[in-house]
Write a protein that binds this ligand. Structure first.
Ligand code: NAD
Ligand code: 0WE
Length: 262
């Protein structure tokens, strides 16, 4: 009997087998969860559908999280398929490519709006529709990054969006506590995914974090393992938290200069 036997939930942000969302999905599937997936854009359909099928998912639907009508429509389908759900995973982020580099002072108004809308507001929009489907309580989780708290060169407006996302997690945790719904975030160390591919300097920062962090770089599997805890009844009593799954990078004040790997 798995930890999630009889539990149902929906995951936003699966793009391909390298997605953090897939690491979470595999862990929850191992524990017996029934999973639904929502992805963005037709081009991803041919990637997402086979993955979902491989873990017997009964539900795969397109949804652009910037579109309120599309979200309404999606949750109508979720209700028809599942009735009620126990958990929700938000693993979605986007800023226009030109904003992820160059001088932060040049951040555009449109780039800012888009980054905050897709990467932060969407959690509120999804939580609002998921709440009525969680009459007996539940657990929601979002993905964040250390660049929310400390400056990570080139992360730029995404750092601002993640700071807003982390505050949103706390305000939702307060509000949804009334409904016995918990809301937490995982702050993941850098992982090579579609969202990380092609970002200038990503490889270097992956190498740097890997050399400084006590446990080195993290994997999708590490995130999946933390999700087993935050989405299950082993974390009743935990809400509004930003939980690091970063190999311990955030505790370090300086790299170990005696370590030749560093
Ligand atoms: P990914 O590209 O696999 O996932 C990002 C997802 O966001 C994609 O599935 C994409 O389709 C979706 N998305 C973008 N715009 C959307 C929209 N308008 N509507 C619906 N979905 C949309 O990359 P990932 O690295 O797995 O990212 C997942 C989450 O993890 C993001 O929140 C990201 O910021 C966070 N994160 C990533 C890392 C990392 O190093 N990869 C580290 C910490 C946190
Ligand atoms: O949250 C992220 C990346 C999110 C992301 C990625 C892209 C690439 C493609 C948001 N928007 C876009 N837009 C695109 O056009 N991470 C935590 C990964 C990441 O991104 C960085 C990092 C790290 C780590 C950008 C600069 C520096 C470090």
């Amino acid at each position: 009997m798995g930890l999630f036997a009889g539990k149902k939930g929906i995951i936003f942000g699966l793009a391909n087998k390298n997605s953090i969302a897939w690491g979470i999905a595999q862990a929850l599937h191992e524990e017996g969860a029934t999973l639904g997936f929502s992805y963005a854009g037709e081009i991803l359909q041919k990637r997402v559908e086979p993955l979902a099928a491989s873990i017997n998912s009964p539900f795969v639907e397109e949804c652009d999280v910037t579109d309120d009508a599309a979200i309404d429509n999606l949750f109508d389908k979720v209700q028809q398929q599942f009735g009620t759900i126990d958990f929700l995973v938000h693993s979605v982020a986007f800023a226009p490519r030109e904003e992820l580099g160059g001088r932060f002072v040049n951040t555009s108004r449109d780039g800012f709006k888009m980054a905050l809308d897709i990467s932060c507001y969407s959690l509120i929009a999804l939580a609002k529709r998921a709440l009525p489907l969680m009459p007996n309580g539940g657990s929601m989780m979002a993905m964040t990054y250390y660049g929310a708290e400390k400056v990570t060169p080139n992360y730029n407006v995404m750092g601002v969006a993640k700071a807003a996302l982390e505050a949103t997690v706390r305000y939702l945790a307060w509000d949804l506590g009334k409904n016995r719904v918990r809301v937490n975030a995982i702050s993941a160390g850098p992982i090579k995914t579609l969202a990380a591919a092609g970002i200038s300097g990503f490889r270097k920062s992956l190498g740097y974090v890997g050399s400084v962090a006590p446990m080195g770089n993290v994997t999708q599997e590490d995130i999946g393992n933390a999700a087993r805890y935050l989405l299950s009844d082993w974390s009743t009593g935990v809400t509004g938290e930003v939980h690091y799954v970063d190999g311990g990078y955030n505790i370090m004040g300086a790299p170990d200069l005696d370590d030749d790997e560093a």
